[in-house]
Design a protein around this ligand. Structure first.
Ligand code: UVW
Length: 317
């Protein structure tokens, strides 16, 4: 089955809602009033960062979607260059360290650009898919980066709700589970909340060898139903943030369609997707504080024309 068949001829859509030139979609919902609503959640002034490290030495590799390369950071200047006589001594004795990095822009915690996925030759807001040829001339990640993302964030801890350290391979949940988990946590998911969901999947990643993690790769997560997409549209969720590599379960179980929510939420509703966030420490902090809402602040790197870019989101409790 094709993705167009799965989503149907009249899928829930926000195309045109913010005009014909819009490139940031549902992030338009994060108005100044939403920024203030986010700031009003701050009680302790406690700051947490959600990016996973690039090139961590205590894991076998950085998590990436199968087929993507690892980040390679290379020192191009350090003390070794001078000690080995590979570079001339400076007149003033000043030494330094410099690096380069080569990596997929989706190879760590990152925002997908709204132009990252499409079907039927059209991307978000009806732009022609050929606007992606060579570089994204519409809906690149730079549009999200220029705007920034600030609002009230809420964390739904699905792993905690299900009484396990992490969800299992391919384990599914939907909007009803999110509501039930929020209820458990004494939290109400409000209109225009930035929605963070913890599955524990990156924590699982750190406990097993890569060959086990990537064998028959199938992430846990949300999966497509029209009711789920309507729930996102009704609640005007501007941004979905998870601790999995690709936000949703890898294949829709009844059709085998790969990552349909990328299209249903991002292409059709303009919901920004943020992947591979480290949510364990945030979950612990929220539990300790008995408060699951906070100020959420993020801006990916301004990579012109790119389909996504690394980000280190900041949460303030
Ligand atoms: C894919 O597009 C496969 O995944 P992601 O959204 O992680 O970039």
């Amino acid at each position: 089955m094709s993705i167009a068949d799965l989503l149907g001829p009249d899928p829930p859509s926000n195309w045109g809602r913010w005009g014909p030139d819009d490139e940031v979609g549902s992030l338009n919902l994060l108005t100044a009033a939403e920024v203030l609503r986010g700031a009003a959640q701050v009680r302790l002034g406690r700051v947490l960062t959600l990016q996973i490290p690039i090139g961590a030495e205590d894991v076998e590799s950085d998590p990436v979607y199968p087929g993507r390369a690892q980040a390679v950071r290379t020192a191009v200047r350090d003390e070794g260059f001078w000690r080995r006589g590979e570079v001339p001594e400076t007149a003033d004795g000043h030494h330094w360290a410099d690096d380069t990095i080569a990596m997929p822009l989706q190879g760590t915690t990152q925002y997908d650009a709204l132009g990252h996925v499409w079907y039927d030759g059209l991307l978000w807001n009806g732009y022609d898919a050929m606007t992606t040829d060579g570089r994204l001339r519409k809906c690149s990640v730079a549009a999200i980066a220029e705007r920034g993302v600030v609002g009230r964030g809420v964390l739904i801890d699905l792993a905690r709700h299900r009484g396990k350290p992490w969800l299992e391979r391919g384990e599914l949940f939907d909007h009803r589970d999110l509501t039930a988990a929020a209820h458990d946590q004494g939290l109400e998911i409000e209109r225009r909340d930035v929605l963070l969901i913890r599955t524990g999947w990156l924590e699982y990643y750190r406990t097993v060898p890569n060959r086990v993690f990537y064998d028959d790769f199938l992430e846990p997560g949300l999966t497509y139903s029209r009711a789920l997409v309507e729930w996102f549209q009704d609640r005007e969720i501007p941004n979905l943030v998870t601790d999995t590599i690709a936000v949703e379960t890898t294949f829709e179980p009844s059709t085998g369609v790969q990552l349909p929510l990328h299209s249903a939420l991002m292409r059709n509703l303009g919901v920004a997707l943020t992947e591979m966030c480290w949510l364990k420490d945030l979950a612990q902090a929220c539990q300790d504080q008995g408060q699951w809402s906070f100020l959420y602040v993020a801006a990916p790197l301004k990579v012109v024309g790119a389909s996504g870019a690394p980000v280190n989101p900041v949460v303030v409790l």
